[in-house]
Write a protein that binds this ligand. Structure first.
Ligand code: CP
Length: 312
């Protein structure tokens, strides 16, 4: 059965199971290219990809640009800070201007939830959400699922504990959704102020790390404390207090490594807050695999989407 191409990728929830499987399976094929001397294929020759990031990024921006280059697309990075955005040009006027230059795909990151959908509604080009506010980060979720599928081809019954600030986390929203869709049991742990009561009824909730480890997770997924989204209101007494209760301390790391649990983090990490330095060289810490797989997943997404008026 052929799966129709989508114009946009805005969040995980609307994707059909077959669409998720298609992206994961295509990503595996693209990843196989990484070991070749020539990593580039002509798949998107003649297409133009634009990265439009209103928020900082290392992994997502670089890996989209590398993914597009490996598919032979032309890539332009739109520098918000040196653009007419600083003169007050609106998002939609900016997008309309850039669209007049015939780009085929716009990859957008913005601090406000819903901006990627807004652009997608007004754009002929495909739009990929590279993170919008607290809402969604679908390519992060796909690369996280891909990373775990490399270990366990079937995630059914695998237990994944997500630790941290769920309230402000677009990663947690997207990643917990895909893990659940792929059959994993998902639980969360964090300060009560950062775990919404009324959302995600299907998530098991723990209040202490001991309780959560007693549940015997296979994977611990640490979320970044996003200081830029916490504002002036304290959600917990201090970063030191957060580390003591919800961080992978030296003592917890010894237990986690002893039990052979896998650790994930979307990056960037706050060393000494979410985790201690030793975690970074643990052989079951998947952070670098997540980053590498981000390129394969983003190649698969760029390959899959199709702009509204494309003729091929
Ligand atoms: N995981 C993630 O989105 O990282 P960047 O902010 O570096 O893109």
């Amino acid at each position: 059965m052929s799966i129709p191409r989508r114009k946009d990728l805005l969040s995980i929830a609307p994707l059909a199971d077959e669409e998720i499987e298609l992206v994961l399976s295509n990503a595996a094929q693209f990843k196989a290219l990484f070991r070749r001397r020539v990593k580039k294929v002509p798949t998107l020759r003649g297409r133009h990809v634009l990265t439009l990031f209103y928020e900082p990024s290392t992994r997502t921006l670089s890996s989209f640009e590398i993914a597009a280059s490996r598919l032979s697309a032309d890539v332009t990075h739109f520098s918000v800070s040196t653009s007419s955005v600083v003169k007050g040009e609106s998002i939609l006027d900016t997008v309309e201007t850039l669209e007049s230059m015939q780009v085929d795909c716009i990859i957008v990151r913005h601090s406000a939830s819903g901006v990627a959908s807004l652009i997608a509604r007004h754009s002929r080009a495909s739009v990929i959400n590279a993170g919008d506010g607290w809402h969604a980060h679908p390519t992060q979720a796909l690369l996280d699922a891909f990373t775990l599928r490399e270990i366990w081809p079937d995630l059914s019954g695998r237990r994944i504990l997500i630790v941290g600030d769920l309230l402000h986390s677009r990663v947690a929203r997207s990643t917990s959704t895909i893990f659940h869709r792929l059959g994993a049991e998902v639980a969360v742990l964090g300060p009560g102020t950062l775990i919404p009561d009324t959302r995600w009824d299907w998530l098991r909730k723990f209040r202490t790390f001991d309780e959560a480890l007693h549940w015997q997770p296979d994977v611990i997924y640490l979320l970044r404390i996003q200081n830029e989204r916490l504002g002036d209101d304290p959600f917990f007494p201090s970063l030191g207090e957060y580390h003591r209760h919800y961080g992978v301390t030296d003592e917890r790391f010894a237990r986690i490594a002893g039990e052979g649990l896998y650790l994930m983090h979307p990056g960037p990490v706050n060393r000494g807050v979410e985790l201690v330095d030793a975690v970074m060289s643990y052989d079951r810490c998947l952070i670098n695999q997540q980053v590498e797989n981000g390129i394969a997943i983003r190649m698969a997404c760029l390959h899959w989407l199709q702009p509204a008026t494309s003729s091929s």
